[in-house]
Design a protein around this ligand. Structure first.
Ligand code: T3D
Length: 267
């Protein structure tokens, strides 16, 4: 659909969702968020999807909240009612982060260009982030008098430690993809011309893996942040117990013994 704000394209079991407002660097409107949520909901229910790739159309990945959207832009008219930005977080960004984090398949961000504000943290909420060398990450919030949202306050210190998190969040400087890889903010930075091939190969590889175990790994790693070592060991035991009963474990061990490629099907 020409006017779709999120383009969906499926190749084998990899679904690519492309944010499609290139004229405004794919910044978020309520409608874009609604279409993205609906595409993610559909992917979550579709057994033929085993990996989702999130990327942007044009030269940007996502410039965060559309600051021209009348729903959030301050109204300069004297006496005008101030906008409730907390509401935007509650109805737009919180559900989006929760949707991404609860996807039953791995989600890969292919950051093709600038990722700013909520757009940067949208990418960082994905399971793996691969960026083109010309891409950049900007915690743009402080520049307009806001705090990092879309999970930024939770994610940044966990990804890069408090010192770097504070530097990124307070200063809001543009961080190159090369530096983002160097400080551990993202998984990988590749040359622009290699992004598409790199992402396709990685997405296909993830889709062929035991995705149920990959998703359990996401939950275990995120959940372990607030656990003691003993609690984490117990959580690992519970997950191994569950996964040990699943088809993919039987298949993985059988394939290893038979020296053949496994065929994982659980989701
Ligand atoms: O409810 C709430 O509002 C709270 C939630 C907040 C969540 C957030 O995400 S807050 C952070 C919002 N985002 C930003 O502050 C980033 C704003 N954009 C920029 O700083 C720059 O555009 C970039 C650094 C991202 C890229 O710069 P550059 O020079 O490569 O491009 P540009 O010329 O600035 O932008 C190109 C066009 O996209 C331009 O439109 P034009 O002039 O060609 O018609 C620009 O206005 C538009 N654009 C870019 N970002 C946004 C945007 N339009 C609306 N909203 C944007 N966020």
């Amino acid at each position: 659909m020409a006017d779709s704000l999120v383009l969906a394209a499926q190749s084998a079991s990899v679904l690519t969702l492309t944010l499609n407002r290139p004229q405004a660097l794919n910044s978020f409107t309520f409608e874009l968020q609604a279409q993205l949520m609906s595409a993610l909901d559909a992917a979550a229910k579709d057994a033929n999807v085993r990996c989702v790739v999130l990327t942007g159309a044009g030269r940007g990945f996502c410039a965060g909240q559309d600051l021209a959207d009348p729903m959030v832009a301050p109204d300069p008219t004297p006496g005008a009612q101030p906008k409730d930005l907390g509401r935007t977080i509650e109805v737009v960004y919180k559900p989006l982060v929760q949707r991404l984090r609860s996807m039953p398949v791995p989600v890969l961000a292919a950051v093709n260009g600038v990722a700013a504000g909520a757009g940067a943290n949208l990418a960082l909420n994905c399971d793996l982030v691969v960026a083109a060398r010309s891409a950049s990450f900007i915690q743009a919030f402080a520049k307009i008098g806001l705090v990092p949202d879309t999970g930024g306050t939770w994610l940044l210190p966990r990804l890069v430690g408090r010192a770097s998190a504070m530097g990124l969040a307070l200063l809001g400087d543009k961080l190159s993809a090369t530096d983002a890889e160097r400080i551990g903010l993202i998984w990988k930075c590749v040359d622009d011309a290699a992004l598409q091939d790199e992402v396709s190969t990685l997405a296909k590889r993830l889709a062929d893996m035991p995705v149920k175990a990959l998703v359990a790994t996401r939950h275990a790693i995120d959940g372990a942040q607030r656990l003691t070592l003993e609690e984490a060991l117990d959580a690992e035991a519970a997950l191994q117990r569950e996964l040990g009963l699943a088809h993919d474990y039987q298949e993985g061990v059988a394939a290893f013994g038979a020296k053949r490629a496994p065929r994982f099907t659980d989701r």
